[in-house]
Structure formats: C-alpha cells, structure tokens
Design a protein around this ligand. Sequence first.
Ligand code: NAD
Ligand code: UDP
Ligand code: UDP
Length: 343
Amino acid sequence: HTSTVTTPYRGAGSVTGRVPVGIGRKRTRVVVTGGAGFVGSHLVDKLIKRGDDVIVIDNFFTGRKENVMHHFGNHRFELIRHDVVEPILLEVDQIYHLACPASPVHYKYNPVKTIKTNVMGTLNMLGLAKRIGAKFLLTSTSEVYGDPLEHPQKETYWGNVNPIGVRSCYDEGKRTAETLTMDYHRGADVEVRIARIFNTYGPRMCLDDGRVVSNFVAQAIRKQPMTVYGDGKQTRSFQYVSDLVDGLMALMDGDHIGPFNLGNPGEFTMLELAEVVKEVIDPSATIEFKANTADDPHKRKPDISKAKELLNWEPKIPLRDGLPLMVNDFRNRILNEDEGKGN
Ligand code: NAD
Ligand code: UDP
Ligand code: UDP
C-alpha cells in the first residue's frame, strides 16, 4: 500500500515524501526516535550521508550524545532531548521509531517505563505521523516470537510469549506497538512499516548492557572470562549493524508494510559465539558458566525470504567479519574508562 492521500496537514509537500529544496534537488526530513542509541546513531549517519535533514529525539536513557556528537554543527542535524511518552509537534516526512531500551538489563530496569515507552511512545509517534502525513517505521523485535515453537521464524508465526513474565514489558510492549501501528494504518490511513529486528551488534553498543556480544567482546578485551549463561546451547543469529541499517532504509523507502524479519540467518550457540570471539579477538580468552535468566528463548533464527524477495535485501557481513569491526571502538572506550578511574 502506498498512500497518495494529500491533506492540508501533509508535511511532505509531495506524494513522494520528498521536499523540493532548490532546483532539481529533493530532501527528506526525517525523525529518528532513539537516534542517540546504538542502532539509531548508525541510521542517522547513513541518512545524513544521503543528504537528508535529520532530527533525533532521545531521552538519553541508554543513548549517548557521544554517538551523534560528530554531527553537531551540521545545519541538517538537530538533537532534541525529549521523552516519547510525552506528545511532540514536528513537521517531517518520515519517522523511524526506535526509542525503547533494547537490552534485557535495561528494559527490565524499569519495566513499567518500558511499557509506557512502547505503548504511549508509539501512540504519540503514530499520532504525529497521522497529523502530518508522515511515513512511520516501527522497529519491532524478534522477541515478538517469544520462545518460538517454529524454527526458523517466519513473519506468519504468531509467537509463544509469556504475558506475565519479566520480559513481557518488552515483548508484549512491542506486540502492542505492532498492533497500534496496524490500527493507525487501517483506521487513519497512516503509511506504516514494521521491522522485526533480530540480535544486532556493532560499534557503539553500550559496554555493559548485558547483551551477549557486548559482554563477550568487553570481557575478552578486559581479559576476564566470558560469561556463558545456562549450558550455552541456546542459539541466536547475529546481524552486523550496517546490514540492519540498509534493511531499515530499504523497508522505509519501499512499498511494503511488512512485518519483515531483519536479521542474519547464521545461527550460533552461545558456546560457538564464545569460540568465534576467542578466534578473532583473543585466543587466550576463557569462559565461565553462570545461571541463565528467566524465560530465555532457547533458539532464534530468522527466515528472511520475505525481505529478500520484496525488499531485495539480505545481510552481507558474517559474524567472523563483523566482530573485528567493533573491537577498536570497544578497546578505546574501555581504555578511556580505565583512564577515568585513574588506572
Ligand atoms: P539502544 O538502547 O542503544 O537505543 C535505544 C534509544 O532509545 C536510546 O538512545 C535511548 O536513550 C532511547 N530511548 C529509550 N526510551 C526512550 C524514551 N522514552 N524517549 C526517548 N528516547 C528513548 O538500543 P538499540 O539496540 O539501538 O535498539 C533500537 C531499537 O531497535 C529499539 O526499539 C529496539 O527494541 C530495537 N531492536 C534492537 C535489537 C538489537 O539487537 N539491537 C533487536 C531487536 C529490536
Ligand atoms: N500526538 C503528538 N504529536 C502530534 C499529534 C499527536 O504527539 O503531532 C499525540 C497526541 O498527543 C496523542 C497521540 O499522539 O496522545 C495520538 O494522537 P491521535 O490524534 O491519533 O489521537 P487523539 O489525540 O485523538 O487521542
Ligand atoms: N548470554 C550469555 N552470556 C552473557 C549474556 C547473555 O550467555 O553474558 C545469553 C543469554 O542467556 C541469551 C543469549 O546470550 O541466551 C542472548 O542474550 P542477549 O541478552 O544478548 O539477547 P536476547 O536474549 O534479547 O536475544
């Protein structure tokens, strides 16, 4: 569905969603909520590089100014400290809605706030999209499949989610966000896109956010044992962040609503991941076993045929090539931290 409805409020100024700026040039005005976070800041880099005007909305719960500081002074970049749980008035063409803590440690820290961000935050951004006629993209998650009974997971799978567990604020929150997105599409003709993102890694991940890749890489650099939870036989599929950013932009700019799985189908047990980290970062790295967390999904692997076919997208960077790309960033930040402590 490509909406061609024009309303007096339609901020785009054209049905293509691009604003005429001078002769022969069109520029898109884009909002990225959560744009100071890990994925958001990489998306912002690519949008700015393409020549878009970008407004980042972030409350800095898990995001950092450092992630977008290199754009300060660029007249096409704007950073607003704002919590998406509160309404906001802006005029743009596209809204990439990423604001929401993504790591289990962060989203469990204040579960009610996580739900409010997912529900009220998404509602506000959809209200905004409706008022100004902007295109809206939701970054949902593979967690909507819960502890999946179907493997690999296709978009048609409805999931196996515990509604009253410690992860529910996140996975049920995102499920509701998907529902809201489709209801605004059906009820208010908002042009929407839904991405279901699988585990993603890369530079700028929070050092201590508890996610497995950031943990293992930071532990290997700090010469600490890598903490494998449970028996380490649970699986995940890890996608490098630039592949995800390409997928999100292909989705936004394409003609299909989704939902689309965006992930790398390469599937690894946590023990295998530890082996790869050892191989590419430090051959002397060791592992230690720790108790697993509640409701941990046993396996996860995207079926990406739909995105391949309709978005002409597939990830390009395998784990062994992607991990080394985050090591320098992690090393520098760990070094700065140590210097900060006077070590
Ligand atoms: P992140 O924690 O680095 O980024 C989230 C950003 O949102 C941060 O900058 C944070 O400060 C901001 N934020 C949180 N609550 C907010 C609020 N109420 N108002 C305004 N800003 C707020 O996480 P990420 O890995 O970059 O994830 C980005 C999006 O992608 C999230 O929606 C997440 O659910 C989704 N996602 C990520 C992954 C992954 O593996 N990284 C997997 C699935 C889905
Ligand atoms: N909203 C917003 N910015 C806008 C338009 C709406 O933040 O430009 C918020 C609005 O405050 C409301 C939500 O989005 O909380 C949903 O708006 P909508 O107009 O769909 O619903 P209503 O306000 O009628 O409940
Ligand atoms: N995990 C691990 N060691 C860690 C952190 C996580 O073995 O130091 C495991 C965790 O139990 C889960 C998997 O790695 O099975 C992925 O966890 P993560 O928090 O990165 O993402 P999610 O559970 O959201 O997929």
